[in-house]
Design a protein around this ligand. Structure first.
Ligand code: ZN
Length: 371
């Protein structure tokens, strides 16, 4: 009889445990996850932040509007606080019991998991006896970085004061240093638009970044000026060029299209085909690009003590087609004797590479936290 009692208790504990969580299995090799639930006046609830753990959902508490927004699978679910209603893609759904606020945490009835999720995400989540089978969540953290060493092959870029230093070689060396730092310390995927001394058209560069779903695109260059005394660092983000100086750099970097990609016809092609579409694509990233550009500039000046030529807007072909935040770095003037010399030393290159790494790292940390 005693034995039977123990077994009964074990069975009760077993069922209690089953009740106290919802198991999520993924349609992939990911390990299953558990959403913990608790019973309050006979109903089962879970903390909304469990959705972050299991579905990588972004939770936004909009207390002013009495709304709780949950972004998952690239869609938004809007809960009305203290009610049992939510809206999704303009439709209203009822999960029977209202959301409750317990010690500042929002608890959602488990009904939502069993009854609503399999309906609103019918192609992604299915209910199977006592568990949910779900498509792996979309990971929105920064994972892919495309670095674009300017010029290459038949296009040497800027030619140094000494006539022996080419922009294409300098920027490739620095870019490779950045790649190493990023891969070693951040575990992100770093892709280069060219790994060796090879010509790559401007259009191919952004196409490459788009095709690989890059989270950020950084084009790396060195500058040139007909006045040999001009020196310093400047960072650009995309826009129609604002100053004569910015227009001059823009012309310099865009010249490659004229020189190596088929003269005026090629320029026309870029203008007609790419501009409107790409300009729209880049517009939504403008603010982020500007923020990143500002951080780059501050960090470079801090690390190198170079002349601060500021953050500028220009209309570079190479940034136009990128569907992600993108900036163009001009790391110094090879036409200036002293700056050319510095740029060829590995200690100065390391300083620049380290600054680029630091800015990308902080961008990633800030961005990932928002997800
Ligand atoms: Zn360049």
């Amino acid at each position: 009889m005693r034995k039977l009692g123990v077994i009964l208790i074990l069975i009760l504990i077993f069922f209690f445990n089953l009740q106290a969580s919802v198991k999520i299995e993924y349609k992939s090799k990911l390990d299953p996850e558990i959403i913990k639930t608790e019973k309050i006046s006979g109903n089962e609830y879970f903390n909304v932040f469990e959705l972050n753990k299991v579905f990588k959902a972004k939770i936004i508490e909009d207390l002013l509007d009495q709304r709780l927004k949950v972004n998952m699978y690239d869609e938004q679910i809007i809960f009305l606080l203290e009610s049992s209603y939510l809206t999704f893609q303009g439709k209203i759904y009822n999960f029977e019991f209202p959301i409750i606020n317990k010690d500042g945490k929002f608890l959602i009835p488990a009904n939502f998991l069993w009854k609503i999720l399999p309906i609103i995400f019918e192609d992604k989540i299915t209910k199977k006896s006592n568990k949910l089978i779900a498509q792996p969540p979309i990971n929105n953290t920064i994972q892919t970085i495309v670095l674009d060493p300017g010029h290459g092959g038949k296009d040497p870029g800027a030619i140094g004061f000494s006539k022996k230093v080419f922009e294409k070689d300098l920027v490739l060396t620095i870019t490779k240093k950045v790649k190493k730092l990023l891969e070693k310390n951040l575990g992100v995927e770093v892709l280069l638009t060219r790994k060796k001394d090879k010509f790559v058209s401007l259009q191919e560069r952004t196409k490459f970044a788009n095709e690989h779903n890059a989270d950020i695109f950084i084009s790396i260059h060195c500058n040139a000026h007909r006045k040999k005394k001009v020196n310093g660092i400047e960072v650009f983000y995309l826009s129609t060029a604002k100053t004569d100086e910015a227009r001059a750099v823009e012309q310099l970097e865009n010249q490659v299209v004229f020189d190596y990609e088929g003269g005026i016809e090629a320029v026309k092609k870029y203008d007609d085909l790419a501009f409107i579409l790409a300009d729209m694509a880049q517009a939504e990233h403008l603010e982020e690009s500007y923020k990143i550009a500002t951080k780059f500039q501050a960090d470079f000046i801090n690390a190198t003590g170079a002349v601060d030529r500021g953050v500028k807007q220009a209309n570079f072909y190479v940034l136009r087609g990128a569907f992600m935040p993108s900036v163009l770095l001009e790391l110094g003037f090879v036409t200036n004797k002293a700056e050319e010399k510095k740029l060829t030393t590995s200690s100065y290159q390391n300083k620049l590479a380290n600054s680029i790494y630091e800015v990308i790292k902080n961008f990633k940390l800030r961005y990932d936290q928002m997800q």
